[in-house]
Design a protein around this ligand. Structure first.
Ligand SMILES: [Zn+2]
Length: 390
């Protein structure tokens, strides 16, 4: 069953004439609209505060389950008692009206695509599709998450350069299981000649975990385990309001992708965990965080940092921390990537011009402006002194 591949998730390629800016993702509609356009069924103008909405977490939907739960309070009274699937269908139709036409088609195509995979693919290890902290994570990581303080996170992490955190995360057994599940998925893809969408414009190999059943699990991983850490270390880029994700596997080595060019991710926070196997090379190189406007600017010597992957170990960084991966020269390297996004941060960013709290270049510009102001003030003071009568 060959399938038309839809648009892929984009990274921003840094340098050269090939800069591609991140696009908006579906699932970003956070405000429940006040009035709706169907003649028969209208949303309420004000939410029904007494109504307790259903949870939509376990459904495969185009938009975040949270959006459905929030919108449910605006449903017309007659709809509140209907089946959850019918409510979801009704709300989905409303939400789709708010997407631009191209996005609507894209969302629909992607939904069909995912549905085709999930209804045909037989998972090998069903138990890893639901998060089970004690068998997924190493005890030190779990303990830090349960304590949920900056001190506890710091105790398991190293921050070799500002803004890059590395820590032990997955148990070896979990790494093996997920590798074997991905292998099984790829075997199935080859057998049925399914044309799958690759994770982004830069990777020709690898697979999108969200497309074959891992979406709910990865949402929980983001909410319960990455957001608490990001809230502490990345509050300036929406770390506490991460609300959607793109989760995928990348594969490097012989007959796979070799390296990865210099780029920024379409994420606020990126989790990158090495799952194995045996390999040489494949180091990550980082070159400072930048806003969209400064993505192609030079880097300072103190921004240069290289990281060597260790299986089971995670790297957590801002999506706008410019980076790339050197060639994997022997063996195979497989990594799990979770791009975490914040719709609130993206909305707020539209109205801001100065990102000096995290953009290295905005900070330089700000310091330069301050120097100039000081210089002007000084020269004015001197002039006044000269002019004043002795
Ligand atoms: Zn900037």
């Amino acid at each position: 069953m060959p399938l038309e591949a839809g648009p892929v998730d984009r990274t921003t390629v840094v340098g050269g004439g090939n800069t591609v800016f991140p696009r908006g993702e579906h699932g970003k509609i956070v405000d429940a609209p006040a009035t709706i356009l169907t003649s028969q069924q209208r949303l309420r103008l004000n939410p029904n505060k007494d109504h307790k909405p259903d949870s939509y977490e376990d459904l495969q939907l185009d938009f975040s389950p949270v959006i459905f739960s929030s919108l449910e309070r605006y449903l017309p009274p007659s709809m509140l008692s209907v089946d959850r699937d019918d409510k979801a269908k009704f709300m989905r139709e409303i939400l789709l009206k708010y997407l631009p036409h191209g996005e609507q088609n894209r969302a629909q195509r992607h939904r069909d695509y995912k549905h085709k995979i999930i209804s045909n693919y037989q998972p090998l290890h069903r138990d890893i599709y639901t998060i089970l902290p004690s068998s997924f994570f190493v005890p030190s990581f779990l303990k830090a998450i349960n304590e949920n303080t900056e001190e506890s996170f710091r105790s398991i992490m190293s921050e070799p350069t500002p803004g890059i955190f590395t820590f032990e995360m997955f148990q070896p057994r979990f790494c093996e299981l997920i590798l074997s599940e991905v292998e099984n998925f790829e075997k199935w893809v080859n057998e049925v000649k399914f044309r799958i969408m690759r994770p982004n414009i830069m990777n020709k190999y690898g697979a999108v975990l969200d497309d074959f059943g891992f979406e709910a699990m990865l949402d929980k991983l983001m909410e319960g385990f990455i957001r608490p850490i990001s809230k502490v270390f990345f509050p300036d880029i929406g770390g506490s309001s991460l609300d959607s994700h793109h989760g995928f596997i990348v594969e490097y080595g012989k007959d796979r992708d070799v390296d990865l060019g210099f780029h920024v991710d379409d994420s606020e926070v990126t989790l990158n965990v090495c799952l194995g196997k045996q390999f040489s090379g494949g180091e990550l190189f980082f070159r400072g965080t930048r806003c969209n406007r400064h993505v192609n600017s030079g880097s300072q010597s103190e921004e240069i940092f290289d990281y060597v992957h260790v299986p089971g170990r995670a790297v957590l960084h801002r999506g706008c921390h410019r980076h790339g991966a050197r060639a994997t020269t022997a063996g195979h390297r497989i990594n799990l990537l979770l791009w975490c996004r914040s719709s609130i941060f993206r909305e707020m960013k539209k109205y801001q011009k100065d990102f000096s709290s995290w953009c290295g270049e905005c900070l330089c510009e700000k310091k330069e402006r301050q120097h100039q102001t000081i210089a002007v003030t000084k020269s004015e003071l001197l002039r006044k002194e000269d002019e004043s009568p002795v």
